[in-house]
Design a protein. Structure first.
Lengths: 136, 402
């Protein structure tokens, strides 16, 4: 059985220069799609990946990542909407490439579907009251 | 059938007034007809909640010891410059003001995370605001520098005074160019990738009183969560535009200048807003009651989204160059369906104005009136109407000679 998951990897400073993703492909036969990657001076490295492969390989790969010291989070919680700040104007709707926002035709409230979110971040700055937040 | 505002106020005092929102009245008129609805309904409440750039607040901060004359000096509130061209301690903070060191669009598109609108929101929320001022010093106002925290509860007058709000109609913005553009109408994708609009449509105050028959100078309103008043017609008020048979303008038309005590207001209804690549502004909540004085006035309030049309404008060229070109006209019902068809292309739509919050404002105002704590006012003077002959002039540029 193949699995495909979107995950966030946090690399501690000591791992930033090691070819960890390369090992994932070579040793565990996993497909990946990098959605976001950044290394900031004085900070850890961060990578948002879509990882795909046989269930067994996937689990082995994740185990490998954990033993190297990479911290793993699932992606779905990472772009969140600040419900206090959101005014339900709807400016985000046509900005989101995956259609994660939808207007309820009756109430005109904007629904945000975490599952459809790729964490591309386009909505963050396009939101006029800045209600969308990235939490890695 | 005709009623007076005094008669309606008497019913409000007795707790007998029938008040409905501009959304609810649509169904009531469909069901009962204009005649019966006009007899039964006393007040229709409207609401709108969108970014309104020509907004700002004046503050009187009280005199320091020794005195300082801010007028002619420089004043910053949380690093955002405030206008100091008045007397000693009166200042005005505009929604679009930006800190001197904000990179603006030097890193394009600029983020505009904090500006005057955000200062107003934080002030209203009761947060401490950092005031830094310099002045030139006089014999009676010798102090030259002032650095202090201020809080709305300690200030004298704090007044929201917006010179243009509640636009009667507004453009639908698209982008015909081949690159994404960043506008006050939001992010517009290339080749008409999206279309943005900004109005509460059938709930919006001036769509429900298209000829300004009840809304005038002195009309008491919901403003930012408190009580405010219409102060004047707004800047760029332009009543003399193309209108539909129902009287509703098909182009940008009337506007309002509004005023109210900031101390009564709430950060839920005054929100500091950032338009990517454009600037900072303030999202303002306004609700206006319309007294049903006649069948004619009731008929106006029964307008629905399919009877309100807006022009579609290209913001990559026509808007920029002040060209009169309009790509199409679409109804708000079409806009709210999520897509419109322009020049044969299906274009997804999005709103910058919050309809659910507009409903909430109209509902709050309805509750205020029903419970007897909000009485209607007679306007003291009308807004300029179609007959005023007002036209909206472009700038007549006369280059300075060397």
């Amino acid at each position: 059985m193949t699995v495909s998951k979107r995950i966030v990897l946090h690399f501690p400073k000591r791992l930033v220069d090691r070819p960890i993703v390369y090992r994932l492909i070579k040793d565990y036969d996993l497909e990946f799609n990098i959605l976001k990657a950044s290394v900031t001076p004085q900070e850890e490295g961060l990578m948002v990946l879509e990882l795909k492969g046989e269930r067994e390989d996937y689990d082995e790969g994740i185990r490998y990542l954990t033993t190297t010291g990479v911290r793993i989070q699932s992606l779905s919680q990472d772009v969140i909407r600040n419900e206090e700040r959101c005014t339900h104007c709807g400016a985000c709707i046509t900005i989101c490439p995956t259609g994660a926002f939808e207007v309820d035709p009756l109430t005109r409230l904007v629904k945000f579907d975490n599952e459809k979110c790729l964490a591309c971040g386009l909505c963050i700055l396009a939101c006029p009251p800045r209600a969308m937040e990235v939490h890695f | 059938m005709s009623k007076t505002i005094e008669e309606i106020n008497e019913k409000i005092r007795e707790g007998k007034a029938v008040v409905v929102t501009a959304e609810e009245i649509i169904g009531i008129v469909k069901q009962k007809g204009v005649n019966k609805a006009a007899q039964e309904v006393d007040v229709v409440t409207t609401g709108t909640f969108g970014p309104m750039c020509s907004s700002g607040a004046y503050l009187n901060i009280g005199h320091s010891k020794p005195r300082i004359k801010l007028g002619g000096g420089k004043v910053y509130l949380n690093d955002v410059p405030a206008y100091a061209g008045f007397a000693a301690v009166d200042i005005y903070i505009g929604a679009n003001a930006l800190p001197d060191d904000d990179p603006r669009n030097k890193v394009y598109p600029g983020e505009f995370n904090y500006g005057g609108g955000h200062v107003i929101e934080e002030l209203v929320a009761g947060k401490d605001i950092r005031l830094v001022a310099t002045a030139y010093g006089t014999d009676c106002y010798p102090r030259r520098r002032l650095e202090t925290w201020i809080n709305i509860r300690d200030l004298n007058e704090t007044v929201l005074f917006n010179i243009r709000n509640a636009c009667q109609n507004y453009n639908v913005a698209v982008n015909l160019s081949d690159r994404t553009i960043y506008t006050y109408m939001g992010v517009l994708k290339s080749d008409m990738g999206n279309a943005n609009y900004s109005t509460a449509g059938q709930l919006s105050p001036l769509f429900n009183d298209p000829y300004y028959k009840t809304i005038g100078i002195g009309t008491k309103i919901f403003l930012g969560g408190g009580i405010g008043f219409v102060a004047w017609h707004g800047t760029q008020h332009n009543p003399n535009v193309l209108r539909s048979d129902n009287g509703v303008p098909r182009r940008g038309a009337g506007t309002l200048s509004v005023i109210g005590d900031l101390k009564q207001m709430s950060p839920r209804w005054l929100i500091g807003t950032s338009m990517l690549g454009y600037g900072c502004t303030l999202t303002v909540g306004i609700g206006i009651p319309i007294p049903i004085l006649s069948e004619e006035i009731l008929q106006y309030t029964a307008v629905s989204d399919d009877g309100i049309f807006a022009p579609v404008i290209d913001y990559s060229d026509a808007y920029v160059q002040l060209k009169p070109d309009i790509l199409d006209e679409v109804s708000y019902a079409q806009l709210k369906s999520g897509k419109i068809v322009i020049q044969g292309k299906e274009v997804p739509t999005a709103s910058l104005s919050s309809y659910p919050r507009a409903v909430e404002i109209a509902t709050i105002l309805k509750e205020w009136i029903t419970s007897g704590k909000f009485l209607l006012t007679e306007s003291v003077a009308p807004l300029p109407g179609v007959e005023s002959g007002i036209t909206f002039k472009p700038l007549k540029e006369r280059p300075l000679e060397e």
